[in-house]
Design a protein around this ligand. Structure first.
Ligand code: UFG
Length: 337
């Protein structure tokens, strides 16, 4: 297949690019490098030994994507990763999020329609479920009011996509609702790049271990969970990358359009358990401080994986310990060790 990746130099995009190249697909890799680094394409080449066609482009700018792809047809599909994802930043700078996340999607869909690109895989998030009534959460669970503009953009993105598919049934799409992506490529060459102070648990944890942060603050140990800390479904980014290829294949003969899938391990892990697992890999004890709850955090969520197993033939292969070991290797790469 010839596939376009938007946000190809990002955390999930870069790992998916590796998988697509390893399977022999041709990739047009697009990124504006606003939240990545120019050395990422070279790192990906080091892993796969294959060149992607890279384009530096802000896809949210009207018409730019279409102009870039017009003379590269035929294209089989687009995996659309390009979006911002810092929850707190989105509260302070909502327009940045609405512009990038929503204009970007509209441009992608418009491009598909006009250039006859039939398949789309769209990055959504379990954030659409909010605090679900039932666990594990299935794809049928209702949307809950979003707590941040970031969350709004994922819910609105899904709605924009659904309306577009109704009007243009020749287009086919999968919506992947990611749980908590963590880890890094086992080579230590690519992983998540954090600008400033990380807001997500695992980058903060590995930065604490390397000595960049004094201690990890655990936000709340008074939740109604067995150890009082929040529960999440942490999914290795390489497993998540594999799911995108399965989703593209599914779109050859989809059972539903859009196909909506949770992408998680199906296993809930508490923040405390994640820290304990890291400590056992590291062989030391991370300095931890228990502080009050963080506004907007969901108490517990993990994925029902039956649908993705049945329809995409996908399930997570890597363990939490694998993901944490890979995240730790990546942190050491970043520190130049
Ligand atoms: N946590 C800490 N200390 C930290 C960071 C996080 O205790 O320093 C806790 C949080 O309170 C939460 C858990 O670790 O209980 C996971 O937090 P993350 O910030 O890693 O991830 P979230 O579950 O908050 O995920 C959210 C959205 C996703 C979004 C993601 C990306 O739900 O949709 O942030 O920023 F993709």
């Amino acid at each position: 297949m010839r596939i376009v990746l938007t946000g190809a130099a990002g955390f999930i995009g870069s790992h998916t690019l590796v998988v697509l190249q390893e399977l022999g697909h041709e990739v047009i890799a697009i990124d504006d490098f606003s939240n990545s680094e120019p050395h990422i394409p070279g790192r990906i080449f080091q892993i796969t030994g294959k060149e992607a066609e890279w384009m530096e482009l802000d896809i949210a700018q009207p018409g730019l994507l279409k102009n870039a792809l017009r003379n590269r047809l035929p294209i089989d599909g687009i995996i659309h990763f390009a979006a911002f994802k810092a929850v707190e930043e989105s509260v302070h700078n909502p327009l940045k999020y609405y512009r990038n996340n929503l204009y970007g999607l509209v441009e992608v869909l418009d491009c598909m329609r006009e250039l006859n690109i039939p398949k789309l895989v769209f990055s959504s998030s379990c954030t659409v479920y909010g605090n679900p009534d039932e666990l594990p959460v299935t794809e049928q669970a209702p949307f809950r009011p979003a707590v941040s503009p970031y969350g709004e953009t994922k819910q609105m993105g899904e709605r924009i996509l659904m309306d577009t598919l109704k009007a243009h049934p020749e287009l086919q799409a999968c919506i992947l609702r990611y749980f908590n992506p963590i880890g890094a490529h086992p080579s230590g060459l690519i992983g998540e790049l954090c600008r400033g102070v990380p807001s997500n648990l695992i980058p903060y944890l590995t930065q604490t271990a390397i000595g960049k942060r004094e201690r990890l603050r655990i936000f709340g140990n008074d939740y109604s969970t067995p150890d009082g800390t929040c529960i999440r479904d942490f999914i290795h980014v390489c497993d998540l990358a594999d799911a995108h290829v399965r989703a593209l294949n599914y779109l050859d003969s989809p059972k539903e359009n859009p196909g909506i899938f949770n992408v998680g391990t199906g296993k809930g892990v508490s923040v405390q358990e994640a820290v304990d697992t890291f400590n056992s890999i590291w062989g030391k004890s991370l300095p931890v401080e228990y502080v009050s709850r963080r506004a907007g955090d969901v108490e517990q969520i993990w994925s029902d994986t039956q649908k993705i197993e049945r329809d995409l033939g996908w399930s997570a292969k890597r363990s939490l310990a694998d993901a944490l070991a890979d995240a730790w290797r990546w942190e050491q790469t970043l520190a130049g060790h």
